[in-house]
Design a protein around this ligand. Structure first.
Ligand code: GUN
Length: 302
């Protein structure tokens, strides 16, 4: 294998240790801990496993963690009232509403109801705007793009002047990571191209990339011949392509495949993220980072 493996599971541990030591220092000096509420509506199995991991991580770091589970048929008005309650709660610094929401609820309305200063997901239009302006305006970068940037920087990949190609234009990954990588500043300063379903020749753009970030949700979309030798390849795809019995637990687990043909790509790239164990572990880590930031903003020490 030519490429260096970018191990999200190891980088996660580094960052969580940094967060834990800041949390205990603030607790000792100021007597407060970060407070995070996660609102889960209904019983979507993927959401439940995601939320369970969030709770575990928040507890490990010594956060105040509230898990607020609501029935799938909760009226929209009741959900908005619940958000308003946590907006006013001084012990809560971060509010997260797990997506997707049931069809009868207007997702936009719900996300817009969260106080932008408690929006640790970074999905509120105010925080999207702050991210677009960049620099000291940015409060809460969205968690998956923030995790991608950490993986690139902590792996020692040069971003200044690099050709970055982003595959996919979602609001959660593609658009924000493209915006973050073009900002003037450390870990960015790149020349960015975004390709998508209407791009004429996706391969030719990808072949130019020093850093290729793929968030398309299409298993194996990126072929080895699309990769420039020595490039840094970040695979955000988490595609469930089947099921298997786990050797560890004996339980049925999903077989996950990325958007990049990993086995072939690893022989060409300079760096590559595996799926699972690459970008995945970073999202919750950056959520914890944002929640700590929210407390620090409140205390005036950010
Ligand atoms: N569902 C899947 N990923 C996310 C995320 O990062 N934030 C929220 N709120 N919901 C999600």
């Amino acid at each position: 294998m030519a490429a260096k493996l970018i191990k999200g599971t190891e980088i996660r541990e580094e960052i969580l240790e940094e967060i834990a030591s800041e949390v205990s220092e603030i607790k000792e000096k100021k007597g407060v801990v970060p407070g995070l509420v996660t609102i889960l509506v209904g019983e979507n199995p993927a959401s439940i496993s995601y939320v369970t991991l969030k709770i575990k991580t928040a507890n490990r770091l010594g956060f105040k963690e509230i898990q607020d589970n609501q029935p799938a048929d909760i009226p929209e008005q009741d959900l908005l009232a619940l958000i308003d309650k946590y907006n006013k709660d001084d012990s809560i610094h971060g509010i997260l509403v797990q997506l997707p929401l049931p069809k009868h609820v207007d997702e936009k309305k719900v996300l817009n109801a969260i106080d932008p200063d408690k929006d640790v997901d970074g999905f509120h239009p105010v925080n999207v705007g702050r991210l677009m302006i960049g620099g000291s305006e940015v409060k809460y970068p969205p968690c998956t793009p923030a995790g991608i940037q950490e993986l690139i920087v902590r792996s020692g990949v040069e971003t200044k002047g690099a050709e970055v190609v982003v595959v996919g234009r979602s609001n959660i990954v593609g658009k924000p990571i493209a915006n973050m990588m073009l900002q003037k500043g450390p870990g960015a300063n790149s020349t960015v191209t975004v390709v998508h379903t209407s791009t004429k020749d996706m391969a030719s753009h990808c072949q130019r990339a020093d850093i290729l970030i793929v968030a398309a949700g299409v298993p194996g979309l990126v072929k080895p011949e699309w990769i420039k030798p020595g490039a840094c390849v970040i695979d955000v795809g988490v595609n469930r392509v089947g099921e298997k019995i786990s050797e560890k637990t004996g339980q049925k687990v999903a077989i996950l495949k990325g958007d990049v043909d990993f086995d072939a790509a690893k022989e060409i790239a300079g760096w590559i993220t595996p799926v699972p164990g690459g970008v995945g572990p970073m999202t919750i880590t950056m959520l914890m980072q944002n929640t700590l930031k929210a407390l620090k903003f409140k205390l005036g020490i950010a």
